[in-house]
Design a protein around this ligand. Structure first.
Ligand SMILES: [Zn+2]
Length: 192
């Protein structure tokens, strides 16, 4: 039960709703060609992959993105793993190590700095399984080369009818339904 003063509380009207993480252009650190040697490389053709960025300068320690008449530089943090190679993360301007950076209003920053929220946070509790089911359906459609048994196991996780409408204009964006998880299966996520 919600206390009445909270139920009747008037929130200040935002000038615009908080952006959804899924709809913002993303740079995943794992998609960047981080050199393992000690040279600095310039990628002039980066805008094929990231249309908002004109040029990228990258070495083992730091990456610079040239965009919107400015340059933003992010250091890498190499996170130790128990076994195997250390894994890279960006260090956002706020100091947080993050795997993904987002592009919003001519600025590249982490999820918290862009003030973005996940689509699932916009869903009510009863609509969330519907969003999960939509994503799972999309995953089964996009993913190739899976064992039949794996496919069936994942299919069994869909418990809600997908036909149920999410009834939200914000969630109508096509990228909301694109699965961001690989659901513990092997192989690349080609749609990413
Ligand atoms: Zn940040």
């Amino acid at each position: 039960m919600m206390p009445p003063q909270l139920a009747q509380a008037k929130r200040p009207k935002r000038s615009e709703p908080r952006p959804l993480v899924e709809t913002l252009p993303t740079i995943n650190v794992n998609d960047l060609p981080i050199p393992r040697d000690y040279n600095t490389y310039v990628a002039d053709n980066i805008s094929f992959r990231y249309p908002h960025i004109n040029r990228m300068k990258i070495n083992r320690f730091v990456v610079s993105f040239f965009h919107s008449d400015r340059v933003q530089t992010f250091r890498f943090k190499w996170i130790k793993t128990n076994y195997g190679n250390p894994r890279p993360a960006f260090i956002c301007e706020c100091g947080r190590p993050v795997i993904k950076l987002y592009f919003k209003r001519l600025n590249i920053a982490c999820r918290r700095c862009t003030n973005a929220i996940y689509a699932s946070q916009v869903c009510s509790r009863d609509k969330r399984p519907c969003l999960q089911a939509q994503r799972m359906h999309m995953f089964l459609k996009l993913k190739t080369g899976m064992w039949k048994s794996t496919r069936q196991r994942l299919k069994a996780r869909i418990t809600t009818a997908v036909s149920q409408d999410l009834k939200s204009r914000r969630l109508a964006h096509h990228s909301i339904q694109i699965p961001s998880s690989n659901y513990c299966t092997r192989g690349a996520m080609h749609w990413r």
